[in-house]
Design a protein around this ligand. Structure first.
Ligand code: G6Q
Length: 556
């Protein structure tokens, strides 16, 4: 491997040949809509389904034929997906621009086999932190850990942003059925003071525990929110209370100490854990407090099961690889620009936001690892909402708009809150949507429907075009037996590896995020002018005019 592991020359030619073969195949694939494919192959749904433990992926409702899949697997092999995967698991510094390994898989390596980084096995440290987290979580949950005035903790507030917020927030919500009673959870991320102010309202400082989660412990938003929370606590309970009410999750022990948090209450992680891949590390402390160490371990077990599958299964049977390649087909060959995450489970309501970061921050790149421009579109625009809510909002565009929006429908077969007919109705909608997107409704069918409803003549002609659904719209279905911690671990690891495979196909480094830096730098330069009336003439005119108005209006 050359620069950043990129082989160049030969690989490029093989890869371009694989792309060219896919593009040639496009016309043939487009000629037969999915409806027809299902008609001629009664086994299609089963043929294009993979099952791993209590999880099923059905990708039959995509515009693919067996030949399409074969060409996509050729593409993955030409892009060196398997070699990149093995290098990731082996702890190589595949995040070349930050000179780091990407070893979230070590955090859930339940086999406890050695994982070497620079000749050093990281597993003892991983296990030691998990052990300390477990001890702390048990103490808080059992009431052994008391606040400064001797009261039990009743509320946990996680202060963090991006990767130090979205994972724990999503998982605590997803696993609500497993949560300890008497312990509530809140997540503060935004620097908008409204969020911390509203979060603290109604909380009792004597019974509140803050987790300050920040890999760097320098992130402006988190530091400001933590300082505000600290001020709120100490105003009531005094400085001495900080040690019983603040714990930190970080890689930066010095900054944690400087903030006033006892290093004994710091839970460590490492530079080879990327922020958006960190919920398996100490960043998951809030999850562990919510569901307990055993359930947290089950979540790690689930992720580990997916890791082993991803590492060992041939691409043809490899769930993350298949999901990724379907995405590549939709984006790069069919031209889809977005991707909808549609969980039919209220617990997964934060999954779209979580995956938005995982996908768009990882693969929203336009240069390859070797610094050359990418040749094709990379990460799609990821968005979503839980079903059925989205059905009454943006699904209109997915069914009848001018764009193709590939969807992932996700649902558990069993509800953890069985309530009358609710789950049956939810599942019926879940199944109906992907079928409707695939089948559509032809003009002939729409006409028959209208006639049946008594619409005729000019009224029928006027209405008819609006009642037609083009169909042939792609979707994947991910079915879980139940949304257990194990299943959640599998699901998140599935998407992590999907994103990894797509990054490898596109040739980008999925583990850096330089794109978030520029705005941060500029905010630092602009702040003095906003905060303390510093001179405006050094600022760009585009900003100056807005700032003048902000000054006027804030004085009024
Ligand atoms: C994730 C990103 C980013 C990061 C936040 C918080 O991959 O790098 O979302 O997690 O900027 O960073 P800290 O944890 O350092 O506060």
């Amino acid at each position: 491997f050359g620069v950043g592991g990129y082989k160049g020359g030969m690989t490029d030619r093989r890869l371009e040949a694989a792309w060219a073969a896919l593009m040639r195949h496009r016309k043939q694939a487009q000629a037969r809509p999915m409806r027809a494919l299902f008609k001629t192959d009664s086994n299609r749904a089963r043929r294009f389904t993979l099952v791993l433990g209590d999880m099923l992926l059905d990708y039959s409702k995509n515009r693919v034929a067996p030949r399409t899949m074969a060409l996509l697997f050729d593409l993955a092999r030409a892009a060196g997906v398997e070699a990149w995967r093995d290098r990731m698991f082996a702890g190589e510094r595949i995040n070349a621009t930050e000179n780091r390994a990407a070893l979230h898989t070590a955090l859930r390596n339940r086999a406890d086999t050695p994982v070497m980084v620079d000749g050093h096995d990281v597993m003892p440290a991983v296990n030691a932190v998990l052990g300390r987290m477990g001890g702390f979580a048990d103490a808080v949950r059992s009431g052994q850990w008391l606040g400064a005035t001797g009261k039990r903790i009743a509320a946990v507030v996680n202060i963090g942003i991006g990767g130090s917020d979205l994972g724990p927030a999503m998982a605590v919500e997803a696993l609500s059925a497993y949560r300890q009673r008497g312990l509530s959870f809140r997540f503060v991320s935004n620097v908008d003071g409204a969020e911390i102010a509203r979060t603290l309202q109604g909380l009792d400082p004597a019974r509140t525990l803050f987790i300050v989660a920040s890999k760097t412990f320098t992130t402006e938003e988190t530091m400001l929110n933590a300082a505000t929370a600290r001020g709120w606590l100490t105003a009531e309970l005094g400085e001495v209370a900080v040690a019983r009410h603040f714990v930190a999750v970080s890689t930066n022990a010095k900054a944690v100490r400087d903030f006033g948090i006892d290093p004994a209450n710091m839970f460590e992680f490492w530079d080879w854990v990327g922020g958006r891949y960190s919920m398996w590390s100490a960043v998951g402390l809030a999850i562990m407090l919510a569901v307990g160490p055993d359930r947290f371990a089950e979540m790690l077990d689930g992720a580990h099961a997916m890791d082993r599958h991803f590492r060992d299964a041939p691409l043809e049977q490899n769930m993350p690889a298949v999901l990724a390649l379907i995405g590549v087909w939709n984006a790069n060959v069919l031209g889809a620009e977005s991707h909808a995450i549609l969980p039919y489970d209220q617990g997964l309501r934060l999954l779209p936001a979580y995956l938005q970061q995982a996908d768009m921050e990882s693969n929203g790149k336009s240069v390859r690892r070797d610094g050359k421009p990418v040749k094709r579109a990379t990460s799609p625009i990821v968005f979503g909402q839980p079903g059925t809510n989205g059905q009454h909002a943006f699904y209109q565009l997915i069914h009848q708009g001018t764009r193709i929006v590939p969807c992932d429908f996700i649902a558990p077969a069993r509800s953890q809150y069985p309530t009358g007919r609710h789950h049956a109705v939810l599942l019926a909608n879940f199944l109906a949507q992907s079928e409707a997107l695939m089948l559509g409704r032809s003009e002939k069918e729409a006409r028959a429907e209208l006639l049946k409803a008594g619409t005729k003549g000019a009224a029928l002609s006027a209405l008819l075009p609006h009642k037609v659904f083009p169909g042939n719209r792609p979707s994947n279905t991910i079915l879980l037996k139940e949304l257990t911690p194990h299943a959640l671990g599998m699901l998140i690891a599935l998407y992590e590896h999907k994103i990894f495979v797509q990054g490898a196909v596109w040739g980008v480094n999925s583990f850096d995020q330089w794109g978030v830096e520029l705005g941060k730098e500029l905010a630092g330069k602009i702040l003095p002018a906003v905060e303390s009336g510093a001179r405006l003439d050094k600022l760009h005119p585009a900003t100056c005019e807005l700032l003048k108005r902000i000054r006027t209006w804030s004085r009024d």
